[in-house]
Structures are given as structure tokens and as C-alpha cells.
Design a binder for this molecule. Structure first.
Ligand code: BEZ
Ligand code: FE
Length: 324
């Protein structure tokens, strides 16, 4: 026999006390959100007749997730990042900002302060022997098709083993991370290596959660972008390479049809020589369209804790945009 106590006055009063609703201090929003969150969880415990064992093993799992700073990894796995994107898309549609390349999630592996270059950068340090040479290029345009010169294009991606520099200590500093400012025609070009998909570490707390749901923790090969330019909406996006087994089965739900790009293998010696490469390579072309905005806060990425980025950087970013 299962008991139901959620709707009793005693539990309802208790929830108000726990959420501090009868206290003068704190903030109203924190109280309201905590009250709602606890109410939903208390009800869930009642409805699913959650046992002591289930509750305390969940506490232990949360401790493990926090101890290994994996909430930023679990968050996209449980769809929160994509849900926030869906909400932002709806906010943009409501405000009639309908143009531009689609956004998709940032993920937890960005590192601020990558080396900057004009027009072209080599992103790899030449140490990854398994990495196929990638020629990554494109043009940044506004919604009317005009090139955007001087746009800031930040690119980061994994190596041939799916690892990211900074988090993977075997890689050199800022390997596969660069900021490229577009040339007078709005173009950016990078020489790099074709990345492999990322996989959640086997046995990690995030993996345990996914396994309990019968899910895997794999991402397809992908390349991350932040693109910004004065007078235009900041864009956080990524491209997923076509043909990866996980292109349409991404555990982080980042794939969008418009962002799936095929890499073209090029073996023509003239094309190799033109790019001063040593042999055959794969070309990836990703053109980006930015929507216009006068609002300074839409011209910069939203705030969140990021590796090597402090509040000061974010404040100066915002100030820089407000000047134009
Ligand atoms: C990534 O971008 O590689 C990533 C995104 C979400 C979770 C884990 C990794
Ligand atoms: Fe990634």
C-alpha cells in the first residue's frame, strides 16, 4: 500500500517554511523557484513511492557529479541546453528576429583567450598523426547577403580522439582553438584536422545516468563557433559533419538539419598546392548569416562560467559592443 501525504496541510506548510516564504530575508525569486522545485520533487516522491534506498543513492550520484564537475556534461545530455535554445528561438521569433544561421548549444568545453588571427589561422599543432588535414572556410554575411568584414569567428573542436585541449592535458595549450577575424570579403579560413566525436567517459557519473536511461553518451564529429560583429546578433552554433554514425543521434541534442555539413575529400595536386598543403585533405565550407540588431546585449554571448573567462572579460566585451 502506498501512502499519499503531499496534499496534506502539514506538508504544504512545511514546503513554505523550507522555501523561506515566511522569512523577510533572501530574494523573492529564489524563494518562489525553490518552493516550486521542492513541491514538484516532494510530489514526485509521493507519486512514485520513492524508497529510502533510491533517494540516498541519488544523493550519492549528485555528489559524484558535482565532485567531478559533471553537471555541465549532464545538462546537455538531459536536454536542458537544447531546451534553452528552443526557448531562445521562440523569443527571437516573437521579436521578429527570424533570419540568420540557426543557433545550437555551446557545450561545456569552450576556453576563452585563444590566439587571434586575421583571415587565416592554422589551428592544429601538427602533433596529431591520425588527424586528416581539414581546410575549413566560409563567409560571414548579413541577412541581405552583404559580407561582414572584421567579424570575430571563434572556432574550437576536438582532436582525432575526441579530446579537447585544456581538458585533455596531453594536448598543447589552445590546440584546435582559434579566433579569426574575417577579411574584407567577410571570409575566414582555418587549416586544422578533422575532429572525431566526443564520448562521455565510460563509468563516469554522467554515463551512469545515461545508462540508467538506456542511452549512450556519444556525439558526432562537430566544430563549435561563436560569431560576433558590431550591429549583429551574437551567434553560438556548431556544425556536425555528415556521415558520422551519431550525426542524427547526438546525446547532447545539438544537431540541426541546416548545420549538417559534408567534408569533401580533395586529391587534386593543384588544389593541394594552392593551399600550400602536403597532401590530400578534406574541405569543409560553412557560410554564416548573422541577423541584425542594435541591442548591445544581443551582440555578445550570454554569461555563464567559462574556462579562463572572468567577469571582467565579459564586462569589457559588453562595453566594447556598446561603443559601436
Ligand atoms: C561538446 O561540445 O563536445 C560537448 C557538448 C555537450 C556535452 C559534452 C561535450
Ligand atoms: Fe564539442
Amino acid at each position: 500500500m502506498t501512502v499519499k501525504i503531499y496534499d496534506t496541510p502539514e506538508v504544504q506548510d512545511f514546503l513554505k517554511t523550507v522555501a523561506g516564504l515566511d522569512q523577510a530575508g533572501g530574494t523573492e525569486r529564489a524563494k518562489q523557484i525553490m518552493h516550486r522545485l521542492l513541491s514538484d520533487l516532494f510530489k514526485l516522491i509521493d507519486d512514485f513511492d520513492v524508497t529510502q534506498e533510491e533517494y540516498w543513492s541519488t544523493v550519492s550520484l549528485l555528489n559524484a557529479l558535482g565532485g567531478q564537475t559533471q553537471f555541465g556534461l549532464l545538462s546537455p545530455g538531459l536536454g536542458f541546453d537544447h531546451y534553452l535554445d528552443m526557448r531562445q528561438d521562440a523569443i527571437d521569433a516573437e521579436a521578429k528576429r527570424n533570419g540568420g544561421t540557426p543557433r545550437t548549444i555551446e557545450g561545456p568545453l569552450y576556453v576563452a583567450g585563444a590566439p587571434e588571427a586575421e583571415g587565416f589561422a592554422r589551428m592544429d599543432d601538427g602533433q596529431d598523426r591520425d588527424g586528416e588535414t581539414m581546410w575549413l572556410t566560409g563567409q560571414v554575411r548579413d541577412v541581405n547577403g552583404n559580407p561582414v568584414a572584421g567579424a570575430k569567428v571563434e572556432i574550437w573542436h576536438a582532436n582525432s580522439k575526441g579530446g579537447y585541449s585544456f581538458f585533455d592535458k596531453t594536448q598543447s595549450e589552445y590546440n584546435l582553438r582559434r579566433t579569426i577575424h574575417t577579411d574584407s570579403e567577410g571570409r575566414y579560413t582555418a587549416r586544422s584536422i578533422i575532429p572525431s566525436g566526443y564520448g562521455v567517459p565510460e563509468g563516469a557519473p554522467t554515463d551512469q545516468v545515461l545508462k540508467a536511461l538506456g542511452r549512450h553518451g556519444e556525439r558526432p564529429a562537430h566544430i563549435h563557433y561563436f560569431i560576433s560583429a558590431p550591429g549583429h546578433c551574437h551567434l553560438t552554433t556548431q556544425i556536425n559533419l555528415a556521415g558520422d554514425p551519431y550525426t542524427f543521434d547526438d546525446f547532447a541534442f545539438a544537431t540541426r538539419e541546416e548545420l549538417v555539413i559534408a567534408a569533401t575529400r580533395i586529391e587534386d595536386p593543384a588544389e593541394i598546392a594552392k593551399r600550400e598543403l602536403e597532401g590530400p585533405f578534406s574541405e569543409v565550407v560553412f557560410d554564416i548569416e548573422l541577423d541584425k540588431t542594435e541591442a548591445p546585449e544581443l551582440q555578445v554571448r550570454h554569461k555563464r562560467p567559462r574556462a579562463k573567462e572572468d567577469a571582467q572579460d565579459q564586462a569589457s566585451q559588453l562595453a566594447g559592443t556598446a561603443e559601436v
